[in-house]
Design a protein around this ligand. Structure first.
Ligand code: CA
Length: 674
C-alpha cells in the first residue's frame, strides 16, 4: 500500500513564529547594589541591574532606551486587597505588589478612572470600582517605588471599549457644551487630586479604546471636542504629562489613519497615539508596526502600546470564565499558554515596539496583577466580587449596563494572563520586564508540545508518528521522541469502530502529548459525491434522456448538496452509464459501492459494476422504488494487479411509463478491503 496516501499528517496547531536566535550572554552592570536598582533608579540615570537565576529564556531586546516604558495596568489591586488578596515576593514574604513590580523592571503604572461606578446605594459596579480616589491610592504606592502613573480616563461610569462608550449618568440630559465643561472639570479635578497627593502623573489618556465613539458621542466632531476639553485640562494641571489617545483593532485596514485624520482635522492636542495589541485578536506585529509607523510619519506623533497580554496557563482559577483558554475559538495562538509563552509574547511585542517602530515610547501590560480573590468556590468569590467590586462586574452594574454587565457579571476574565498565581506569588515570567534589557540565557528545552491531527484509513494500519514537534523555550520548533498510549487492542477497536474521531494521549519530553486521530474511509474516487460537478465522471447516454446532469438539491442528496440526477418523459428513454476510471491504483483487494433512489421507472435493469482491462469483473444488481429509499450496490473482493486500469460505475435502464422515470445517484466509494 502507499502509506503516504493513508496516513496524512494534517497540521500542527501552533504556527511557527520567528523569535529567538539572536540572544547572547550578557553581563550585569556592576557598581550598584540591587536595592537601589529599581526602575526609578534607572529613570534617574542609575543602571538597572540584571536579575539573576531565572529559569525562563528571555531574548534580549537590543537598543532598548533606558527610559523605554514597561508599564503595568494595576487598576484592580485595591479592590483585590480589600477582598483578602495578598501579594508576595519571590522569597514568599508578603510585600507591596508595587514594590515587586518595580523590582521586576516595571517602570510605570496604569490605572483606569471611571466617573461614578456606584449605584444610588453606594454599591460598586466592579472592575475595581476605579475612581480618581483609586488612582490616588495606586499612584501614591507606585510613587514610593519610583513609578509614575498613566491615568486612563474612560469618561464613563463603567467599562469603555470599542463596543461600549456610554456617557456618565450625571451627564444625561445635559446640553453638549455643558457635557464638554463636565468632562473638562472632571479631568481637572481628578488630576488636581493626584497632584495634591504627590502622585507623579506621567501620561494621561483622553478616552479608552475610542474607536468612533466616546462618552456617548458618535460623531467625530463631538468626540474630538470631548478630547480637546480633556486635553486642555491636562495641559493646565499636569503640563509635564504626555497626552495619549487610545484606539483598538490595529488589524482593521486604514482605521487608524482615519482616526488620526479626524484628530488632526478637528485640532485635538495630543502627544501619543496609543493602541491596544492583544496578539490573539489583533493581527500581526508587523501590521501593528506598519499602522503605528504610518501615524508617526504622517502626523508626527509618538506611539505606544497601551494594552497587551498573554496567558501563562489555559486554566481558570476563580470559577469565572476567562477570555482565552484551551480551545477558545477565533483566536490566534502563536505561543503556548505557559509562562515561557507569556514571556515570548511580551518580548516580541516589546522588541517590535523598540526595533520595528519609529517612535514607540512604551508597552503596557493589561492587567498582570488581577488574580483570583479565592480558590475555594464560586459562591465565596461571588460574595467578594459583589462586596468589593473585585470581579469584572457586579450585579449592581445592571442599573448602568443592563445588557452586558447586568447579565454576565462575575469574576476575573484574565486571571490566567496575570504575572501572579492564584495565591499571589509572583511568576518567574514577571521578571522578564527586567530581563528583556539583558537577555537571559538558559539551556534549550521543550516548553510545550504541538497537538497533532492525524487521519488513518479504517482499512489501513494505524501508525502513530515516532516524533512530534515541541515548542522550545526560545520559541523555536524541534522534533522530539514521543510514546503513545495506544495498545494493539485499542487500534483494533478504532479500526472496527467505523468513521470516528479519537483523542490519543502520549508522553514526550516529560509532557502530555495529544493527537486527534480521525478514522476515515479512504476513497480512491475523485468527486465521489458530485460536489464538483461531473469532474472525473463519464456519462454515456444510450437512449437520449431529457435530463441527465449533476443537480444541487440537498434534500435529494445522500451527502453534501449535490448528486447525479436523471429524468425522462418518454417510455424507454432512460439508458445510460455513469463511470469513473481510476489509474495507478496500488495492487490489492478492493470494494466498490454506489447508491441510487428514484421512481416511476417500470421495469428496470440497474447495476453497479467494476471493469478491469475493459471487462466487467463484478456486478451488483440495484433497484429504485420510491422517493427517499436509497439502494446501495456493493461489490467486494475485487483483485487489482499492479498497473491495471480499473473503471467503476453504474448502469441504469428504465422502461418507465406515465410520468417518466426519474432518479438520483450519489456517494460512490472505492477503497481497499482489509
Ligand atoms: Ca477567571
Amino acid at each position: 500500500m502507499k502509506k503516504s496516501v493513508l496516513c496524512i499528517l494534517l497540521a500542527a496547531l501552533l504556527a511557527l513564529t520567528a523569535c529567538g536566535g539572536n540572544a547572547s550572554p550578557t553581563t550585569a552592570p556592576s557598581g550598584e547594589s540591587p536595592a537601589e536598582t529599581t526602575a526609578a533608579g534607572e529613570k534617574e540615570g542609575k543602571p538597572v541591574e540584571k536579575i539573576e537565576e531565572n529559569p525562563l529564556y528571555v531574548r534580549k531586546v537590543e537598543n532598548m532606551p533606558a527610559d523605554f516604558i514597561l508599564g503595568m495596568d494595576a487598576s484592580a489591586v485595591p479592590a483585590l486587597e480589600a477582598s483578602g488578596v495578598k501579594y508576595y515576593n519571590y522569597k514568599g514574604e508578603e510585600q507591596d505588589v508595587f514594590q515587586t513590580l518595580a523590582e521586576c523592571g516595571v517602570n510605570m503604572i496604569r490605572v483606569r478612572v471611571w466617573n461614578d461606578p456606584f449605584d444610588e446605594a453606594g454599591n460598586g459596579f466592579g472592575g475595581g470600582n476605579c475612581t480618581a480616589d483609586t488612582a490616588v491610592e495606586i499612584g501614591k504606592r507606585a510613587a514610593q517605588y519610583g513609578m509614575s502613573l498613566l491615568v486612563d480616563f474612560h469618561y464613563s461610569d463603567f467599562w469603555a471599549d470599542p463596543g461600549k462608550q456610554m456617557e456618565p449618568r450625571a451627564w444625561k440630559g445635559m446640553r453638549f457644551p455643558d457635557k464638554l465643561d463636565a468632562l473638562y472639570q472632571f479631568t481637572k479635578e481628578s488630576l488636581e487630586k493626584l497632584n495634591a497627593a504627590g502622585v507623579k502623573v506621567g501620561m494621561v489618556q483622553i478616552g479608552n479604546e475610542t474607536n468612533g465613539a466616546m462618552a456617548g458621542a458618535h460623531a467625530w466632531e463631538d468626540i474630538c471636542e470631548f478630547m480637546k476639553a480633556g486635553s486642555r485640562a491636562i495641559r493646565e494641571v499636569c503640563p509635564d504629562a504626555l497626552i495619549a489617545v487610545h484606539f483598538a483593532n490595529p488589524e482593521k485596514a486604514d482605521s487608524y489613519h482615519g482616526y488620526a485624520d479626524y484628530l488632526k482635522f478637528y485640532g485635538v492636542d495630543y502627544d501619543v497615539f496609543g493602541s491596544s495589541y492583544y496578539p490573539y485578536w489583533h493581527g500581526t506585529l508587523d501590521n501593528l508596526a506598519a499602522v503605528l509607523n504610518d501615524i508617526s510619519a504622517t502626523y508626527g506623533k509618538k506611539t505606544a502600546i497601551l494594552e497587551t497580554s498573554y496567558a501563562y496557563t489555559p486554566d481558570d482559577t476563580d470559577f469565572s470564565g476567562n477570555t482565552i483558554g484551551e480551545g477558545t475559538s477565533g483566536i490566534t495562538k502563536n505561543y503556548p499558554f505557559t509562562q515561557q509563552g507569556q514571556v515570548n509574547s511580551l518580548t516580541d511585542v516589546v522588541d517590535t515596539a523598540v526595533n520595528k517602530m519609529t517612535d514607540c515610547i512604551g508597552v503596557f501590560y493589561w492587567e498582570g496583577t488581577w488574580i483570583s480573590v479565592g480558590t475555594n468556590s464560586w459562591e465565596e468569590n461571588h460574595t467578594l466580587w459583589e462586596k468589593y467590586g473585585s470581579g469584572w462586574a457586579s450585579s449592581y452594574a445592571a442599573v448602568y449596563d443592563p445588557d452586558d454587565a447586568g447579565k454576565y457579571y462575575g469574576g476575573c476574565a484574565v486571571d490566567n494572563q496575570a504575572f501572579f498565581d492564584a495565591s499571589g506569588r509572583p511568576l518567574d515570567s514577571l521578571q522578564a520586564f527586567n530581563l528583556m534589557r539583558f537577555g537571559n540565557e538558559v539551556p534549550l528545552r521543550a516548553d510545550a508540545l504541538e497537538d497533532v491531527t492525524l487521519m488513518f484509513d479504517l482499512n489501513g494500519e494505524i501508525e502513530m508518528p515516532a516524533r512530534i514537534n515541541a515548542v522550545m523555550n526560545d520559541g523555536s520548533r524541534q522534533e522530539v521522541d514521543v510514546t503513545w498510549q495506544l495498545t494493539d487492542a485499542d487500534k483494533a477497536k478504532m479500526k472496527s469502530g467505523g468513521v470516528a474521531v479519537y483523542e490519543v494521549k502520549g508522553e514526550a519530553s516529560g509532557m502530555e502529548a495529544k493527537a486527534q486521530v480521525s478514522m476515515i474511509e479512504y476513497n480512491f474516487l475523485q468527486n465521489y459525491s458530485f460536489e464538483e460537478g461531473d469532474a472525473g465522471w463519464t456519462v454515456t447516454d444510450l437512449a437520449k434522456a431529457d435530463e441527465l446532469r449533476v443537480e444541487n438539491k440537498p434534500t435529494d442528496s445522500l451527502t453534501g448538496p449535490c448528486h447525479y440526477h436523471f429524468w425522462s418523459a418518454a417510455k424507454n428513454s432512460v439508458e445510460f452509464t455513469l463511470e469513473q476510471e481510476v489509474k495507478d491504483l496500488p495492487a490489492g483487494k478492493y470494494k466498490f459501492a454506489i447508491s441510487i433512489m428514484g421512481g416511476d421507472a417500470g421495469d428496470t435493469d440497474i447495476y453497479a459494476y467494476v471493469k478491469i482491462g475493459g471487462e466487467i469483473v463484478g456486478k451488483a444488481p440495484m433497484k429504485i422504488t420510491s422517493y427517499g429509499s436509497w439502494d446501495t450496490g456493493r461489490i467486494g473482493g475485487i483483485e487489482v494487479g499492479e498497473g491495471q486500469a480499473v473503471s467503476v460505475g453504474i448502469y441504469v435502464k428504465c422502461a418507465g411509463a406515465g410520468n417518466g422515470a426519474w432518479g438520483k445517484i450519489d456517494d460512490a466509494l472505492l477503497n481497499t478491503e482489509p
